[in-house]
Design a protein around this ligand. Structure first.
Ligand code: NAD
Length: 728
């Protein structure tokens, strides 16, 4: 069985159907491309064939290139391997586009159309863009676009060059630079595709039979072509390119090689003939792929994220799909968890101490659905269906038959113990009990449970409906079925899980707190707050530490500091940080929620600027540190904590450490995560920086033994992982 098959109809239309065996979504492999190439040759050579329609045997057209194949091109053939692989695709797509026409007269080619039943992404759109007309089914669920930039590459099979020439650089920008996806109607309105019809295959077939020579010559292959919006040296085009460079740099801070390479490919490509432009595109694509950042991003944001979602670390236990979940506490987190569960088709019992609190929790879901209806992402029927699954009550008896409980009441061990006992009195003996605590050890909370092997942590991040990561925490006694249940639940609600062991702050919060603290500590030392915030952003952190603490709230920081100090006693290392945040709290500058924090906010809550009142309490030192010193402090504060979590066995898998860091707290995505970043630096260089930082700033920067050992042996984290035999 091959990925593409061809059926030559009696009417002279050859229908090529893409249907990769054994997969629910088509993805292109190099073997698939070779097969398609052979069929196109056959169709163009066959006198009986008047034209071709390329379609899919599945409900969607295609999900894109198999990114494992792209990673493989590089591993096997280096830069030349990537370039040759990409040029092979260019030749195939160019062959489709020119369709056997006479190069001079542009006559005698065979019309080739694409018929898209559903989603068409990446190469799944680049291939249709090379055909002469694109027909899509009127399927509002379908997504059409070029999302490559989201995983650190850019459309490299002609998508960049063709879309720029079709729409002009300005109109193509959101699709290329932001990876914007559209439904078929919006895609047609934007000029990405040509027609939206009931039956794309039939419409494409009719069009192919009626098409004339002139219908199949692309504008850029016709005489007198001018790029819409103007080439870079045209006055209007010049403005576009200058603006685009500034915008891209502003958004990416220059840390994403793909965005820069994409702009270069568009700019340079716009000044040369089409075939030259494809070659330039291929060169820049190769350049990006050879950059360690793109492999690190593909590794974490695609390959390993998917592996974790598919249960790479799931114990071998029978299916644990959740049918009825009980949620204790209908506050901010409980309401969010109820919503995502009901959206996933799970029946929900949402419990709170008072009926109006439970009702408010359910109303949260109604509010989110109303917003989605406003954006045409949901319907009234969908809303009724989702809300129909949520029972908001104070009655614990309603928990009967729940196979999973997620507890999200106040962060108070006594309250948690009480609701644990009340729920366990009602739920089936084999139900799993999960707590959403963010700070209390799972092992301690499990003491209230009669079945500690069925007790586990499922730690969501706020806001639940938006955040993609869920941390699953194993207590000492947690058994494999509880882990499998938690993983199956996370799969159902379509989030990405990491599984960690029980320790203070688990993984994500453990790493993010030192990042925030380092920023605040520098304020106390008199480092310019603007320098602190910009240093973080120039490393690709989405939020500087001071903005982040404003968002999460300064009083939460105070609460955590007090609790941590009480637990650690003499060993507590963060007195200098506390001095600053306790003072901020005394000024009632609690962050965004009081419209006053390290930043100022206007009446509508819009962030304005860093608060200048800080200077009176913490005057800026005359001698400011180098940018790189500030950056190293902020980055090592997080990464060394991640390494310690690994050393101490809290993290069991660096893939989880990297994926969790990017999805959980936005750790510089270009780096692929803290372990990816350390690998890029090299362990020896990382140790050198630790030695420098610890000499100047203290033991918190001391190189962990694992890093020293790796520096001595010349190992990398992913090198070690690859060398380790593993099941997944
Ligand atoms: P919240 O105060 O918004 O909600 C807690 C809810 O529990 C309230 O509605 C309260 O009425 C209810 N409740 C209290 N006692 C109860 C009882 N005996 N029976 C039934 N309901 C009871 O708090 P939240 O922010 O949703 O946090 C809940 C849990 O989630 C905490 O353990 C917290 O540490 C954890 N958590 C919070 C966040 C966050 O960002 N807020 C993130 C991850 C985890």
């Amino acid at each position: 069985m091959t990925d593409f098959t061809m059926d030559k109809g009696a009417d002279g239309v050859a229908v090529i159907t893409w249907d990769v065996p054994g997969k629910s979504m088509n993805v292109l492999s190099m073997d698939g491309a070779t097969a398609l190439d052979g069929l196109i040759d056959d169709a163009l050579a066959d006198e009986a064939v008047k034209g071709v329609v390329i379609t899919s045997g599945k409900k969607d057209f295609a999900g894109g290139m198999d990114l494992n194949v792209i990673a493989g091109m590089k591993d096997r053939g280096g830069a030349q391997g990537v370039f040759d692989g990409v040029m092979t695709l260019h030749h195939l797509l160019r062959k489709i586009e020119l369709a056997g026409m006479d190069p001079k007269t542009k006559k005698g080619g065979k019309p080739i159309a694409a018929a898209l039943p559903g989603t068409a992404l990446g190469i799944g759109l680049e291939l249709p863009l090379a055909t002469h007309r694109i027909f899509a089914a009127d399927n509002p669920k379908a997504k059409i676009g070029l999302p490559e930039i989201m995983v650190g590459i850019f459309p490299g099979a002609g998508g960049t060059t063709r879309l720029t020439r079709k729409l002009g650089a300005m109109m193509a920008a959101p699709f290329l630079l932001e990876g914007k996806l559209s439904d078929p109607r919006k895609a047609r309105a934007a000029g990405l595709i040509d027609e939206v019809v009931e039956d794309p295959l039939a419409a494409a077939r009719d069009w192919v039979l009626a098409a004339k020579d002139a219908d199949i010559v692309k504008p850029w292959d016709a005489k007198g072509y001018k790029m819409p919006g103007g080439e870079p040296f045209h006055p209007a085009g010049f403005m576009t390119f200058v603006g685009a460079s500034a915008m891209v740099h502003g958004k990416t801070m220059g840390v994403y090689p793909a965005a820069r390479a994409l702009l270069s490919a568009v700019y340079e490509g716009a000044m040369v003939p089409f075939d030259q432009a494809l070659k330039i595109e291929a060169r820049w694509f190769t350049n990006v792929l050879m950059n360690p950042s793109s492999s690190a991003m593909i590794r974490s944001l695609f390959i390993n994220k998917e592996a974790l979602e598919k249960g790479a670390n799931r114990p071998e236990v029978a299916d644990q799909t959740v049918r009825k979940v009980g949620i204790l506490g209908a506050g901010m987190m409980g309401a969010g968890i109820a919503h995502v569960s009901a959206m996933a088709g799970i029946d929900v019992v949402l419990i709170d101490a008072a009926q109006d609190a439970a009702d408010r929790g359910k109303a949260h879901s109604a509010g989110l659905l109303d917003k989605a209806i406003g954006r045409k992402k949901a319907t009234e029927e969908k809303k009724a269906e989702v809300l129909g699954r949520i029972t908001a009550t104070t009655d614990y008896a309603a928990l009967a038959g729940c196979d999973l409980i997620v507890e999200a009441v106040f962060e108070d061990p006594a309250v948690k113990a009480e609701v644990t006992r009340k729920a366990e009195a009602v739920i089936p003996g084999d139900a799993i009990f999960a707590t959403n605590t963010s700070t209390l050890p799972i092992g301690d909370l499990a003491k209230a449970s009669a079945r500690p092997e069925q007790f586990i942590g499922i730690h969501f991040f706020s806001p639940v409906d938006k955040m993609l990561l869920v941390e699953i925490i194993k207590g000492r006694q947690t058994g494999p079925r509880a882990v499998a249940k938690a993983l199956d639940f996370v799969r159902q609600i379509r989030k990405t899980p990491i599984v960690v062991n029980d320790a203070r702050f688990f993984y994500a919060n453990r790493c993010i707190i030192p990042y925030i603290n380092e920023g605040i500590r520098m304020v106390g030392e008199g480092v310019n707050p603007t320098l602190i915030e910009n240093a973080a952003k120039l490393m690709g952190m989405p939020l500087g530490p001071l903005q982040l603490v404003d968002e999460t709230s300064i009083d939460l920081g105070v609460k955590i500091a007090r609790a941590t100090r009480a637990a650690m006693g003499e060993a507590y290392p963060d007195g200098a940080v506390d001095a600053v945040i306790f003072w901020m709290a005394d000024q009632n500058r609690l962050g965004r929620k009081t419209n006053a924090g390290f930043y100022t906010y206007d009446a509508a809550g819009k962030r304005q600027a860093l608060w200048d009142g800080l200077d009176a309490q913490y005057p800026q030192a005359d001698d400011q540190p180098e940018l790189s010193e500030v950056q190293h402090r902020l980055m090592f504060a997080q990464t060394l904590e991640a390494v310690r979590a690994l050393e101490q066995g809290v993290l069991e898998d660096i893939r989880e450490g990297d994926v969790g860091a990017i999805l959980g707290w936005g750790f510089a995505p270009w780096s692929g995560g803290p372990f990816g970043w350390l690998d890029m630096l090299g362990a020896a260089r990382a140790v050198e920086i630790c030695d420098h930082l610890s000499a100047r700033h203290g033991d918190r920067f001391a190189a962990p033994a694992l890093l020293r050992e790796m520096a001595a042996s010349g190992d990398s984290f992913y090198g070690r992982l690859a060398a380790r035999p593993r099941a997944a």
